[in-house]
Structures are given as C-alpha cells and as structure tokens.
Design a protein around this ligand. Structure first.
Ligand SMILES: Cc1cc2nc3c(=O)[nH]c(=O)nc-3n(C[C@H](O)[C@H](O)[C@H](O)COP(=O)(O)OP(=O)(O)OC[C@H]3O[C@@H](n4cnc5c(N)ncnc54)[C@H](O)[C@@H]3O)c2cc1C
Length: 465
C-alpha cells in the first residue's frame, strides 16, 4: 500500500479579490488532480474583500470600492459560477449608457453618434475636424509594446497624436479619472490602456478598429455588479470548502526557508511550500523585499495615491431634473475638485429605497491627492457644493458617508511594462513565490482576479507535479 504524501501548503497573503481568486484556482486544480493542497489565506483586516467592500445603511447599498466589474474575463464567470452567484449578477439599467463630462461650466453628454457628438459641444470645430482625421494619422508601427525606440508614450500623448490635443484634454483626460483617478500625462498608454494601443497596432486607427469590431458583431465587454453588492463575491469565495481564511493576520515578513517559505504574521508564524502575495501596495513591496530586494525596489516606484469616496443620498424630488444616467466625470481646470460622480440608484437596481437618489463622488487620486486628506465634514460639504454646481442638486442630503483608501489605485507610469519585466525577471527564479494583485497587469477587479487565478494555478501545478 502506497503511503499518502503529506499535503503541501499554499499560503496566500491578502484576502482581496486577487488573493481569493488564487486560493480558489489552486483548490480547483487540486480537486482536478484528486490531490490535496492545504490552502491558507492570511488577511490583515477583520473580513475578506479588500477594496471590494459593501456596506448597508438606511436601506442603501454602499460600495466604497469597486461598484462594478468588466465582464471581460472568462475566469471571473467561472469563479462566480463556482460560488453559486450566477443569479446575483446584475447588468446596469439601460439609462446607465448615458454618461456625461462636466466641461466649460456644464454637463455634456458623451454621445455615440458622430452627429450628436459633434453637436454636444464637447469639442470645438477645430477639435472635431482634427478628430475626424484620426483614420488618416499614421500608426507608430512600433516593434515593442513600449515604443520601439525605447520611449513609452503617455496616454495623453497617444490620444493627442491620434485624436488631436483637444480630444486628449477634454475627452480622454476626464475618462482616465474614472478608471485610474490618474493623470493621462503620467500614465503609460501601453500599460494602462493596452486595448487602445492594440487597436492602433492591428488596424492603424482607433476608428477603423471600432468599425471592424462592429462589423464582426463584437460587443464591448459589459459592466456588471452583484445584486447584494460586490463584497458578496469575496465572502462566497472565502467560504468555499478547501480554503481556510484567517482574518486579523497581518503578514509582516516572508522569507525563504529550505524549499519553502516562512511567513510571519501578527497571529504567529506559518510555513508554506508556496506563497502568493496578493496584498496591495505598498504592503506587497515590503513583503516581496524578503525574497527579492530588487523586485521590492521596483514595486516601491509604483505610486498608488489616496482616494476618498463620498456617498450622499437625497429625496428623488431633489434630482427630478436629472436624466437617469451613469453619472459624470469632471474635466480638470473647471475649479471642481470632485473627479466624478456616479448616480448609483440610476445605474443599478436596488441600491436604495424607492424615492431616493444615491450618489457616489470620488476625490483624490494622482491629480489631487490632498483632497483625500480633507476631514469628513469638509468632504461632505465640498461634495454638496460641487453637486449643486455640476448637477444642480440643491437639497439637504438624507444620508452621507465618507470612505478612504490610503493606497487606492496603482498608477502605471510610462516605463511600467519594462518595470514589470524587471520585477518578473527578479521573481521568476524563486520557485513557489508568486505576486498577484493589481500592481502590474491591470488595475480593475476582473484583471486582479484573472492575475490571482493565474498565480493560484501556477502554484498548484508546482505543488502537484
Ligand atoms: C475607490 C475605488 C473604486 C474602484 N472602482 C472599481 C470599479 O468600479 N471597477 C473595477 O473593476 N475596479 C475598481 N477598483 C479597483 C479594484 O478595487 C481593484 O481592482 C481590486 O480591489 C484589486 O483586488 P486585490 O485583491 O488585488 O487588492 P485589494 O482589494 O486591495 O486587496 C488586498 C488585500 O490584502 C490585504 N493585505 C494588505 N497587506 C496585507 C498584509 N501585510 N497581510 C495580510 N493581508 C494584507 C488587504 O487588507 C486587502 O484585503 C476601484 C478601486 C477603488 C479604490
């Protein structure tokens, strides 16, 4: 009779979406192999979820981190199915297709039809004429993702080159606030918006690429959420059999021990045969330091500025003049500090009681990090003042709350892809050590999950040869 080998242990640091995806995928691989891996998730906080955090107050559903995710990763669907959450997936209301940019002292709708767009006043005649020339602008035909000659184009430069400086300033820069809370001039086009760069590469033009996509009937990835809030997802993954989650365990150091690792935490020490680090920056950098000072130094160069998220709710009558929509982003230079505002009750069903209007406003990011440090009362006052100016909401709120993220969203600066290559080259030789999270390969929830799942799969394959 063959002796049953002792189960290997995978330690996952961080019980956010990425870490939990690593744990889930490792458990799937173990089950497939008919073998056992002991999977231990150590989470610093009192509960799992990371920035995927849902609160309930006064009948409102409050998302203080991600409020939705892009349905562009098959692995996310797989994981949702594994948790039995398929019936919880919620698409936005049709009206949420409507989005606005506040520029030139008023909200302007982002129209899809060329004629309506031209009439929206988003761009002036020169800007429109330049935008119309986009298909004729020569592509860069770079040999490498960061621009052949060694220069990595910023998103602003990319947009200005293809669509003209006015479109880059008035259109692209505000849109970037909504995704990165970042400055288009300080983000790498290739790293932060790889799809745009790939479109230019494949079709020589963004317009031609969009036209080709429409001809092939390829719909853009949908925006989704969960009926009872995003945090339902990490809660469900954390409760899956075969995954042990220990909360209130802040990992303080990781070092190699023999062929495995020693993981020290506020709850004591554990050893692991493999480790996935899915902590957010800058904690991830500190932990990586224990195995590669070089990779840690590179990670410390990636900024993740603070953000504050302010929820304010009103009686629906106060917002009766507002067309139901997703919300708006604010162009810089308008004297408004808010980066943007989402109309939560208009976007997803069930975010608040009937007859209420819930908004979620963002402050801070790399364009205005100081705003995230304002006091709660100041932030609420600022929100109300700015909602009056932008959206014309002039009423006492019935509910307010402020949430803060000291390290909100990693900023992929020009040179990011090369940094990623250096980090991976430094970590690759360390068998059994994997870096998940959203610091390297995409800041959105679905990418963080995909990267986590990939790390979990690699770890399982190593442990189950
Ligand atoms: C305000 C805001 C809005 C967002 N909106 C969207 C959106 O609408 N759509 C979207 O796709 N994405 C959005 N995002 C991005 C999204 O939140 C991230 O993609 C996602 O949370 C990344 O998951 P993660 O697991 O990599 O990291 P995190 O969610 O940051 O989780 C990291 C986990 O590691 C834990 N941890 C850290 N250090 C340690 C340690 N030393 N020991 C143990 N545990 C540790 C943390 O407590 C945390 O639980 C938003 C982010 C913010 C801040």
């Amino acid at each position: 009779m063959s002796e049953q080998p002792e189960a290997c242990r995978l330690v996952v640091v961080g019980g956010g979406p990425s870490g939990l995806a690593a744990a889930w995928k490792a458990s799937v691989e173990a089950e497939r192999a008919g073998r056992e891996i002991e999977i231990l998730v150590l989470e610093a906080d009192g509960e799992v979820g990371g920035k995927a955090r849902t609160g309930q107050a006064g009948g409102f559903l409050i998302e203080t981190g991600p409020q939705g995710f892009l349905d562009d990763q098959p692995v996310v669907r797989e994981m949702i199915a594994a948790c039995g959450l398929e019936s919880e997936v919620l698409a936005p209301e049709p009206a949420a297709n409507r989005r606005y940019i506040y520029r030139g002292g008023r909200l302007r709708e982002l129209r899809r039809s060329p004629l309506a767009f031209a009439r929206s006043g988003m761009l002036g005649p020169l800007g429109l004429a330049r935008l119309a020339l986009e298909p004729l602008v020569r592509s860069r035909h770079d040999d490498d993702a960061e621009g052949g000659a060694g220069e990595d184009e910023s998103l602003y430069d990319f947009a200005a080159r293809r669509m003209g400086p006015q479109a880059a300033r008035r259109l692209i820069s505000p849109v970037v606030l909504g995704i990165f809370a970042g400055d288009a001039r300080k983000l790498s086009a290739a790293a932060a918006f790889p799809r745009l760069v790939a479109m230019e590469r494949a079709y020589g033009s963004l317009f031609k690429a969009m036209r080709a996509g429409r001809r092939r009937g390829v719909p853009p990835p949908g925006h989704r959420t969960l009926r009872h809030g995003i945090q339902a997802f990490p809660h469900a993954v954390g409760a899956l059999p075969g995954i042990e989650v220990r909360c209130n365990r802040r990992v303080t150091a990781i070092e190699r021990r023999g062929s495995g690792f020693r993981v020290a935490s506020s709850g004591g020490e554990v050893t692991g045969d493999a480790v996935v680090v899915a902590a957010d920056l800058p904690s991830a950098a500190d932990l990586v330091d224990g195995v590669s000072a070089e990779a840690a130094a590179e990670l410390r160069q990636i900024e993740s500025p603070p953000m504050a998220v302010v929820h304010t709710a009103f009686d629906a009558a106060a917002a009766a003049h507002i067309e139901p929509a997703y919300g708006f982003l604010v162009a810089r230079g308008e004297g408004i500090r808010m980066l943007g505002c989402q109309y939560e009750t208009a976007t997803f069903r069930g975010r608040g009681p009937n007859g209420t209007f819930l908004t979620r406003s963002m402050f801070g990011g790399s364009v205005d990090p100081e705003a995230a440090d304002l006091g709660d009362a100041q932030l609420v006052d600022l929100t109300l003042r700015e909602l009056r100016r932008t959206a014309g909401i002039d009423a006492e709120p019935t509910y307010t709350s402020v949430a803060r993220w000291p390290h909100a969203i990693p900023q992929y600066a020009p040179g990011h892809l090369r940094r990623v290559t250096r980090i991976e080259a430094a970590l690759d030789p360390i068998d059994g050590f994997y870096l998940a999270g959203n610091a390297l390969h995409g800041v959105g929830l679905s990418r963080a999950i995909a990267v986590g799942a990939e790390c979990g799969e690699k770890a399982a394959r190593l442990l189950l040869p």
